[in-house]
Design a protein around this ligand. Structure first.
Ligand SMILES: *[C@@H]1O[C@H](CO)[C@@H](O)[C@H](O)[C@H]1NC(C)=O
Ligand SMILES: *[C@@H]1O[C@H](CO)[C@@H](O)[C@H](O)[C@H]1NC(C)=O
Ligand SMILES: *[C@@H]1O[C@H](CO)[C@@H](O)[C@H](O)[C@H]1NC(C)=O
Ligand SMILES: *[C@@H]1O[C@H](CO)[C@@H](O)[C@H](O)[C@H]1NC(C)=O
Ligand SMILES: *[C@@H]1O[C@H](CO)[C@@H](O)[C@H](O)[C@H]1NC(C)=O
Length: 945
């Protein structure tokens, strides 16, 4: 209330003063004038707090300066005080004001008061406010003393008043960034004292008249971004003191007058985005002070004049988007200070000049010309100079040929490299990985071949990678998944093969990822960006599958086997160091890494051959069935009498006689080597007797006995002990320890019939471990089993597994691939792929393969090969597929649901997959397998048991 009253009083008082003042001009009214001025303002920051109406003098007030002799206010500088409101008439009382600066405030409204009439005022700066409206026509009428006026960056509109001609002392005029329209007042060209004229960024029209020659003191002219038209008159050359000329972004036309050569002090010449035509001739070489020349976006033609090379201080030359032709003058090697050269989108011909990389430029842009030859020449000829400055290199859309020089690596600061749309050949150099600062790489539309180098992983700043429309082959490197900033990837229209690495799904900034029209196969990475990838980004890859291509993925695609489902194995960095919850042995990692790349190719061949084999061995084993009891019974009567029975334990108590033992009713099962019968010895002990059906292949009695005795000496808790043998030339029996619990096959696949409770997880793990231990033992003795299968694994009363039939292959006179694969390794699905490949040596690793299949069989409860209605499901391919899709838990035997330890079961399955690697050397050996199993086993769990 009190404040309102006092403000009213002041206003009333002010009017009084104005009246009084007109009567008595000597009255010192600066205090009251300023108080009235303040009353029109809002001062949210309290910057004018020191302005107190009770003071005698305003000279100590913030922003106020006085003439020391007269003590009258000479300057009011309130720049950036955060003031808003209007500029009121209180100012008119400051008769001795010479400088008024209210820049960078929030002042609004039109200029109601005619401040220019303050006869002492020399400087007005109202820039960066929100003043609006027209400038009153008479505003400049008495501005004879005005030296500088800036109304820049407001919202003034309408015409600039003709009265401006009265400001005969004006040196600086800045009306930039308003909405002034119409013609410039003609008087402006006769302001001889004008040194700086800035009317940029308005809506002004008209041209530059001949009278411009009157501005012979002009240092700077900026008419940028208006609607000016017409030519630059010859008389422009008369403004010989000009330092900076900016006529850009208008519609000026015609050719530049050669009189411009008189502007020898000029540093900046900006004519871009106009309609200029004609040639730039040698006059430009006379402008010896030029630092920046921008002639871009016009219609200039002809050759770039040789004289450019005379301009020593030149830093930026932009002649892009014109019709310049010919080649750049060799004299430019003299432009030692040049930093930016943009000659793109002209019709320049010839080679990429060799000086281009010798001048230490930051930006070199040659795109959209007709350059020919190789870029190699220019790069290698400058190999002696430092290339550290170059940040931008664009030679796109030319006719360059040859290879991308590997010396490109020396451009260590390069951020942007565009070589697209040329005829470059050869490979993307491996050295590209040295470009650590590179953000954008575009090599599209060339003839590049070879694969995308995995060194790309070290281009860690990369945001945009465009390699489309080349002949690139090979896989998309998993290394790309390391480029965390990637946003734009275009690899379309190449010949890329293989699957897309799953870890690409980790690239969270992806905006586009175009791999259309390649030969990619298999499943798209799942997750993140790839769940919503546009179908057009993946189209044209006939064997790519996944939701985005509307095609479900078959489960039997051969893939490399790795522990980490996120890795495709071609990247050594991504070799996982852990399996389950513990460290894996490095040797295995290394094995996997080395072999993985080869696996894909070999895998495809193997799977095909394997499938053929599976069919043919199936046919053969069914043909072998009649070799049973029948022919035996016809021969045993003669043979058994002359036969030789040996029990290793030294108790040849075979009282019942061999022929009576081999009672069909006591048949326990049949294997690749023959049928097995159970019989009871004299002492009441059960034994299992195997009648060898491969008799025609058996060696001489001597060899047979020697080998059998060796086998008899092998003792291991997880091996079925061989207790003796019986030999005649036509009948051989092997006498084994009898294992009561039946075989693993029955436990896994026939428990429903037998009313047995399914094997628990711990039992299964124990069986796997037992098998592994016995195989390791055999391998240590150089014995290869060759015939692992679940029906050959017996389970004793304590649940311990015991491997049967080991070492029998040694009884064969010849042990060749054919015999092994057809006679012995008859079991469907357990046969290692190398049996089908003549060039791969068969080693104990074939047992590791069989073991791997067993592991998967034990964990999943499914047979190694299952025949569905119209499909054959190969167990290891199914599990591998599930692992890659991330649904591996679903493979685990459903009878275990809720009763298994995922942190054991999943690593065990991965181990099984590694053991079934296509390439034998990728499989671990059994000793390593035992170590891994030991690591997988959770200690807590084994303590509990
Ligand atoms: C100008 O005023 C607006 C609101 O009217 C405010 O948001 C802005 O911060 C002010 N600017 C300055 C420079 O004080
Ligand atoms: C005109 O004023 C604007 C805004 O304050 C400023 O950016 C520009 O540099 C001035 N022009 C000249 C020629 O000084
Ligand atoms: C050269 O001028 C063009 C058109 O005015 C512009 O787009 C381009 O960015 C300029 N080049 C450089 C390197 O600044
Ligand atoms: C590279 O140059 C081509 C042709 O000049 C252009 O179309 C493309 O957009 C450029 N690439 C990038 C990443 O700027
Ligand atoms: C695989 O990638 C997924 C998604 O990024 C992640 O959650 C998972 O932990 C990764 N698995 C491994 C074994 O690295």
């Amino acid at each position: 209330m009190r404040k309102v009253v006092s403000v009213c009083l002041i206003l009333l008082f002010a009017h009084l003063i104005i009246i009084v003042n007109s009567l008595n001009p000597t009255l010192d009214d600066d205090v009251l004038g300023l108080i009235v001025f303040k009353a029109d303002l809002q001062d949210p920051d309290g910057k004018l707090g020191s302005w107190n109406e009770e003071d005698d003098s305003p000279c100590k007030w913030e922003g106020v300066r006085c003439n020391p002799r007269s003590n009258r206010v000479s300057a009011l500088v309130l720049d950036g005080f955060g003031l808003s409101g209007k500029m009121g008439r209180g100012l008119m009382q400051l008769k001795f004001l010479s400088k008024l600066s209210l820049a960078k405030n929030n002042l609004t409204g039109s200029i109601g008061v005619n401040i220019a009439q303050l006869s002492n005022l020399r400087i007005i700066d109202l820039s960066d406010n929100s003043f609006s409206g027209r400038i009153p026509d008479n505003f400049f009428e008495q501005c004879g003393n005005l030296r500088s006026i800036s109304l820049a960056n407001n919202r003034f509109s309408g015409q600039i008043p003709d009265s401006l001609v009265s400001c005969s002392s004006l040196g600086v005029l800045n009306f930039s960034s308003n909405q002034f329209s119409g013609l410039l007042p003609s008087g402006i060209w006769s302001l001889h004292g004008l040194r700086s004229l800035d009317v940029s960024d308005n809506l002004l029209e008209g041209g530059i008249p001949k009278e411009v020659e009157g501005l012979n003191n002009l240092r700077e002219i900026n008419m940028r971004k208006n609607q000016f038209t017409g030519p630059v008159p010859d008389e422009f050359g008369a403004c010989a003191l000009l330092r900076s000329v900016d006529l850009s972004e208008n519609s000026f036309s015609g050719s530049l007058p050669s009189t411009l050569q008189t502007l020898s002090l000029c540093t900046d010449l900006n004519f871009h985005s106009n309609l200029f035509t004609g040639e730039i001739t040698e006059w430009i070489g006379e402008l010896g002070s030029l630092q920046n020349i921008d002639l871009s976006k016009n219609m200039f033609s002809g050759a770039v004049p040789n004289g450019i090379g005379n301009i020593q201080p030149l830093r930026i030359l932009n002649i892009s988007n014109n019709g310049f032709s010919g080649s750049l003058p060799a004299s430019m090697i003299n432009c030692k200070n040049i930093q930016i050269l943009d000659v793109s989108w002209n019709s320049l011909t010839g080679f990429l000049p060799t000086w281009v990389f010798r001048l230490g430029m930051q930006e070199v842009l040659f795109s959209g010309n007709k350059l020919t030859g190789s870029i190699n020449g220019a790069v290698t000829s400058s190999i002696d100079v430092s290339h550290q400055n170059l940040q931008v290199l664009d030679v796109s859309h030319n006719e360059l040929s040859g290879e991308i020089p590997s010396d490109i690596a020396s451009f260590s600061s390069l951020r942007f490299l565009n070589m697209s749309r040329n005829s470059l050949m050869g490979q993307v150099p491996e050295t590209v990985g040295k470009l650590k600062a590179l953000k954008s790489l575009d090599l599209s539309e060339n003839k590049l071949n070879g694969s995308i180098p995995s060194s790309i992983r070290t281009c860690s700043s990369l945001i945009s990678l465009i390699l489309s429309r080349n002949n690139l082959s090979g896989q998309v490197p998993v290394a790309m998944a390391k480029l965390a900033d990637l946003e734009y990837v275009d690899l379309s229209n190449n010949k890329l093969t293989g699957t897309l690495p799953k870890p690409l799904a980790n690239l969270i900034h992806l905006v586009t990822f175009n791999v259309s029209h390649n030969h990619l196969q298999g499943e798209l990475p799942a997750g993140a960006f790839f769940n919503t990838i546009s179908p057009s980004s993946v189209s044209g890859n006939p064997t790519l599958c996944g939701a985005a291509v509307n095609k479900s993925c078959p489960a039997v695609l051969p893939k490399p086997i790795v522990l980490n489902p996120n890795s495709t194995g071609s990247d050594p960095d991504s070799i996982p160091q852990t399996i389950g919850h513990k460290k894996i042995l490095l040797s295995i990692s290394a094995l996997i890494a080395i072999g993985a790349a080869a696996v894909i190719l070999i895998g495809i061949i193997f799977i095909t051959v394997l499938n053929l084999r599976v069919r043919s061995t199936a046919a053969r084993s069914s043909a072998a069935v009649p070799l049973s009891g029948g022919d035996f019974s016809s021969s045993h009567t003669t043979d058994t009498n002359s036969g030789k029975l040996v029990m290793f334990s030294g108790e040849p108590d075979f009282s019942t006689g061999a022929h009576a033992l081999l009672n069909k009713d006591c048949e326990l099962g049949r294997g690749g080597f023959g049928a097995v019968y159970r019989t009871v010895l004299g002492d009441g002990r059960s034994v299992a007797i195997k009648k060898l059906t491969v008799s025609s292949l058996v060696k001489s009695q001597e060899d047979f006995e020697r080998e059998v005795k060796k086998l008899g000496r092998i003792h291991h808790p997880n091996l079925v002990a061989l207790e003796g043998y019986y030999w005649t030339p036509s009948l051989q029996l092997l006498i084994y320890e009898y294992v009561s619990g039946g075989n693993l096959y029955k436990h896994l696949h026939e428990d429903e019939d037998r009313n047995r409770s399914p094997l628990s997880w711990n039992e299964r793990f124990n069986i796997i471990l037992g098998i592994a231990k016995s195989l390791a033992h055999l391998h240590q003795l150089n014995i290869i089993h060759y015939n692992l299968k679940s029906s050959n694994i017996l389970i004793d009363g304590l649940g311990e597994p015991k491997i049967a039939d080991f070492g029998l292959a040694r009884l064969l006179p010849m042990l060749d691939r054919y015999v092994l694969s057809s006679k012995i390794q008859s079991a469907l699905g357990y046969m290692a792929p190398e049996f089908a490949c003549k060039t791969v040596k068969i080693t104990e690793k074939c047992d590791v393969y069989g073991f791997g299949v067993l592991v998967l069989e034990i964990v999943t409860g499914r047979r190694p090969v299952e025949y569905m209605e119209d499909d054959v499901v190969i167990l290891c391919d199914m599990v591998r597929g599930a692992l890659e899709e991330g649904g591996v838990d679903e493979c685990i035997d459903e009878r275990l649901q809720g009763k298994f330890l995922a942190e054991e079961a999943i690593p065990v399955m991965k181990l099984g997959l590694i053991c079934t690697s296509q390439v034998p050397s990728n499989r671990p050996d059994m000793a390593e397998v035992i170590n891994i199993l030991g690591l997988i086993k959770c200690p807590e769990e084994s303590d509990n048991n």
